[in-house]
Design a protein around this ligand. Structure first.
Ligand code: SF4
Length: 168
């Protein structure tokens, strides 16, 4: 994936809003039509302040809900395949680019993304074998965000997001 030019990058003084995976806010956009709603006082505070910017990269990339589960089958090449052997890499990349644009347009310097998703994972992803096996790795969207200066945390690191923002 190409790095977006520095000109389009984030300015330190503008790092105020927080990008978040739509499923974490209760939107039923996961592959199986469910959500992953999380409750945290900091999230409630940021929501009240109007600082949360949410998106589902896979929906933004044109994928339907529900959809066949997909896994990254080549981390190096950024290839994503669904469980029916269809190459869905293009939709995943489109969604990643849409998410990065949203982050830049809304001055999000930090993101809270759903762990282990082939789009949103930031520490682990499934290994591409469809055997429920996780490995270290980044989702397609997370990788593009991080390449362009958006710091990505997962939903279990909300307190760390707060520390990051305080130090900003
Ligand atoms: Fe949630 Fe990200 Fe999967 Fe969309 S792509 S359902 S936001 S984990």
């Amino acid at each position: 994936m190409n790095k977006i030019s520095q000109k389009q990058g984030l300015k330190k003084s503008q790092e105020k809003n927080i990008l978040i995976s739509a499923c974490l806010l209760g939107n039923p956009v996961r592959y199986n039509g469910t959500d992953l709603l999380i409750a945290h006082p900091l999230l409630a505070k940021w929501k009240k302040q109007g600082r949360l910017v949410s998106i589902c990269p896979e929906v933004a990339g044109g994928m339907p809900t529900p959809r066949a589960p997909a896994e990254i089958t080549s981390q190096k090449g950024g290839t994503v395949t669904d469980c029916n052997q269809n190459d869905v890499s293009e939709a995943f990349l489109l969604g990643a680019k849409a998410t990065l644009k949203l982050a830049i347009d809304n001055n999000c310097a930090v993101a809270i993304m759903t762990e282990s998703s082939p789009s949103c994972g930031s520490n682990t992803i499934y290994d591409g074998s469809f055997t429920n096996t996780k490995v270290e790795g980044l989702g397609i969207t997370t990788a593009l965000l991080e390449q362009n200066g958006v710091r990505v945390f997962n939903q279990f690191q909300i307190d760390e997001v707060d520390v990051f923002l305080l130090g900003d």
